[in-house]
Design a protein around this ligand. Structure first.
Ligand code: ADP
Ligand code: F6P
Length: 323
């Protein structure tokens, strides 16, 4: 397909790895003789026509930076017909022949809307939540897991010195992936995720049993999307007098920042190259995905209609190994 100008935008929550993916998109497209236009602040900037050409030097020095130098936004207006029509008009006026959309599952739904309006679009999955169907890992997940691991390791120092239980709450929206994997790699006594909730009354006996087994401290990792509140759990542990005093740490947006890990930089680079290659081959309405060690293309129809479920076997592994 003869594409002269490629646009690139980043949308939804930022994630480590987005910057190296922008760099890869821009430099791959330039290498193949295309022009590149960077759209500021996702679909919001697209609707407002906030865009400018990107040259090779413009994406220098961003490989190691977290966040997104194109900035990002959540844009309710793009969910309306009027906003979508305006976005397509801006693409036409700027003579953008094809668009790379980098973002989470919501952004992939936005990308699909543009495809339905006749725009050539390839998506790149980026979200610490790892809730996007069609890819083993989204950009940012590995870095977020490393941040979580470091945080829980540090909390463990205080937990073991003071014989405490720590309840650590991770981001992840409705998805328990980050909590699940963090729980396993940090040896948590209990992992609480929305996909398989534990009744509130079952938590204190588990921690009490850990104390009885001679544990000097306990770690509970909980996803923010789980239905119990941290306060409820802390109160239940206090009332049951489990042996440990409990402290709560809500890690919040710390988990979303930071320099992308080696894994994320490589994945971002491979996906950025693959997205431009896909457009050159005439593919549209697809998202780059990691399947095993391969980069594959997934249909946006499937990506936006299917649910990615975390592997609940990790719950059993976590339980077995934290005895
Ligand atoms: P993320 O991409 O990180 O999941 P959001 O869910 O907030 O973040 O989605 C980012 C943006 O994508 C939204 O602000 C909106 O502009 C666009 N978007 C999300 N869902 C849709 C939809 N169903 N139709 C059109 N645009 C959407
Ligand atoms: O989707 C990424 C994410 O960080 C979720 O884990 C979290 O629930 C949400 O975004 C927070 O959104 P905001 O930054 O708008 O508060």
């Amino acid at each position: 397909m003869n594409i002269q100008t490629v646009g690139v935008l980043t949308s939804g929550g930022d994630a480590p790895g987005i910057n190296p993916s922008i760099r890869a998109v821009v430099r791959t497209a330039l290498y193949h003789g295309m022009n590149v236009i960077g759209v500021q602040e996702g679909f919001d900037g697209l609707i407002r026509g906030e865009m400018s050409p990107l040259r090779a030097r413009d994406v220098g020095g961003i490989l190691q930076r977290g966040g997104t130098f194109l900035r990002t936004a959540r844009c309710p207006e793009f969910k309306t017909k009027k906003g979508q029509r305006q976005a397509v008009r801006e693409l036409n006026e700027s003579r953008i022949d094809a668009l790379v959309v980098i973002g989470g599952d919501g952004s992939m739904r936005g990308a699909k809307v543009l495809v339905e309006q006749g725009v050539l679009v390839v998506g790149i999955p980026a979200s610490i939540d790892n809730d996007i169907w069609g890819t083993d890992m989204s950009l940012g997940v590995d870095t977020a897991l490393n941040t979580l691991m470091e945080a829980v390791d540090k909390l463990r120092d205080t937990a073991s010195s003071h014989q405490r239980a720590f309840l650590v709450v991770t981001m992840g929206r409705d998805c328990g992936y980050l909590a699940l994997i963090t729980g396993v790699i940090c040896g948590a006594e209990i992992i609480i995720i929305p996909e398989k909730e534990i009744p509130l009354e079952a938590i204190a006996p588990e921690i009490e049993a850990a104390y009885a087994r001679g544990k000097t401290h306990a770690i509970i990792v909980m996803a923010e999307g789980a239905s119990h509140s941290p306060d409820e759990i802390q109160r239940a542990l206090h009332e049951a007098d489990v042996g440990f005093e409990t402290r709560v740490t809500i890690l919040g947006h710390i988990v979303r920042g930071g320099s992308p890990s080696a894994f994320d930089r490589l994945l971002a680079t491979r996906m950025g190259v693959a997205a431009v290659d896909a457009l050159i081959e005439g593919k549209t309405g697809v998202m780059t995905g990691l399947r095993g060690r391969e980069i594959v293309l997934r249909d946006l129809d499937e990506v936006t209609s299917k649910q990615r479920e975390p592997n609940l076997h990790y719950l059993e592994i976590g339980r077995m190994l934290s005895r």
